[in-house]
Design a protein around this ligand. Structure first.
Ligand code: SF4
Length: 395
């Protein structure tokens, strides 16, 4: 059987400069490019035919040269004004998650009208952290630039057109996905931006998909694209040392969050295989380098897991590390994952851990939201849906 032809590059994977070169080659005036970009990022058009102020011939040229693929909503959980989880179906049928987080001062500093989206960067994950649902079925592939960018656009489109129609806590069961990352006609509801903060810590190890992530962030950061300030973008990593150093050389002032989850090699080795390749000494040196280059405060993410890393004996090494890196610590009580043995510590244990770190003079927050009610553990909704679908197929 013949190999399927590769899909044309998606137009949302292209920078303004790349598109400008194409428009120049077609001898088109610059304002046509501005019109196209407005359709893509302001109005979030889902198809070429919607771009009514572009000549038909140009729309045909564009559709022959570029793809314009939409993410389809496979499932949604959560109520308006609370954490909402989206399960997106990609063109090849793969499922990924994004999470829309309401403003919480406990998450990344200042309280405001922020709308934060937690974004995935891979289908599955190869890093196999023992407590994580995303890595349970292994790694499938990197997300393309347009699939990273598309999560923001699809969430904003969904919010503009659907949020008001879903009263109270709701869950949509898996259904035939509907494309949502655009409308066939522009409308007031479909334009304007919602997301003004990004955390790159959904499914996958972001820095393992470095080139696509950085290009996507370039598009999301640009005034002609997502318009999200670099300082409002937090990139998370489980500890890929060479890429942290590489990121330190980039011109943008992204925030860095390290998924630490243990302040000794012994604890990290137990739950995070990546630590065997890049032990704490190497990770700490890379973080210090990032901090020196960027003069940005680093966040240390610390998922509290009962009996694994919630003992008060962990406080001292964690405080030493946080002080050395001048880092803030974000404590996140574990969200139980079906099929995994790890448990969330009782609330008094969480509070005692928080208080002990505060006593050490560390800037620390404890996330108190009840995220587990909506399968908040990273990768949990995808796993649940894939298993439900495969059960249906086998009956
Ligand atoms: S915690 Fe992050 S890096 Fe670790 S397996 Fe899960 S998605 Fe991968």
């Amino acid at each position: 059987m013949a190999e399927p032809l590769p899909l044309p590059a998606d137009v949302r994977s292209q920078t303004r400069e790349e598109l400008a070169a194409q428009f120049e080659a077609w001898s088109l005036p610059a304002y046509r490019l501005d019109q196209l970009l407005e359709w893509l990022y302001e109005r979030r058009a889902g198809g070429w035919e919607a771009m009514t102020n572009l000549p038909r011939g140009l729309r045909e040229q564009l559709s022959a040269r570029f793809g314009l693929r939409s993410l389809s909503l496979a499932r949604h959980q959560g109520a308006r004004d609370t954490t909402q989880k989206f399960l997106w179906k990609l063109a090849d049928g793969a499922l990924i998650e994004s999470v829309l987080i309401p403003a919480t001062p406990a998450l990344y500093g200042e309280a405001s009208d922020r709308h934060t989206l937690c974004v995935s960067t891979q289908v599955g994950c190869a890093y196999g952290c023992k407590f994580c649902a995303s890595g349970l079925d292994g790694w499938k592939r990197h997300l393309g630039v347009e699939e990273i960018v598309g999560q923001i656009l699809a969430t904003e489109s969904w919010h503009a057109t659907e949020a008001g129609a879903i009263p109270g806590a709701a869950e949509q069961p898996p259904a035939e996905p509907e494309p949502v990352s655009g409308t066939s006609q522009p409308s007031a509801a479909s334009s304007g931006r919602l997301i003004n903060n990004l955390v790159i810590m959904g499914m996958g190890e972001p820095l393992a998909n470095y080139a696509n992530l950085l290009k996507a962030l370039q598009i999301l950061n640009a005034p002609w694209g997502g318009g999200i300030g670099a300082r409002k973008i937090t990139i998370s990593t489980s500890g890929l040392v060479p890429q942290i150093r590489q990121l330190a050389e980039e011109p943008q002032q992204f925030r860095l969050a390290v998924s630490l989850h243990g302040a000794t090699d012994e604890t990290r080795n137990r739950i995070m295989p990546v630590n065997r390749k890049y032990p704490l000494a190497a990770l700490t040196a890379a973080c210090e380098y990032y901090q020196r280059r960027k003069e940005r405060m680093i966040t240390l993410e610390y998922i509290l897991i009962a009996g694994v890393n919630d003992q008060l004996s962990e406080i001292r090494p964690l405080a030493v590390l946080a002080r050395r890196l001048r880092a803030k610590v974000n404590l996140i009580p574990y969200n139980d994952v079906t099929g995994l043995p790890w448990k969330r510590p009782e609330e008094p244990v969480q509070e005692a851990f928080l208080a002990a770190l505060e006593e050490q003079g560390i800037a620390v927050t404890l996330r108190r939201e009840k995220g587990h009610e909506i399968d908040a553990a990273c990768g949990q909704l995808r796993l649940k849906t894939e298993r439900e679908l495969s059960r249906r197929e086998s009956t």
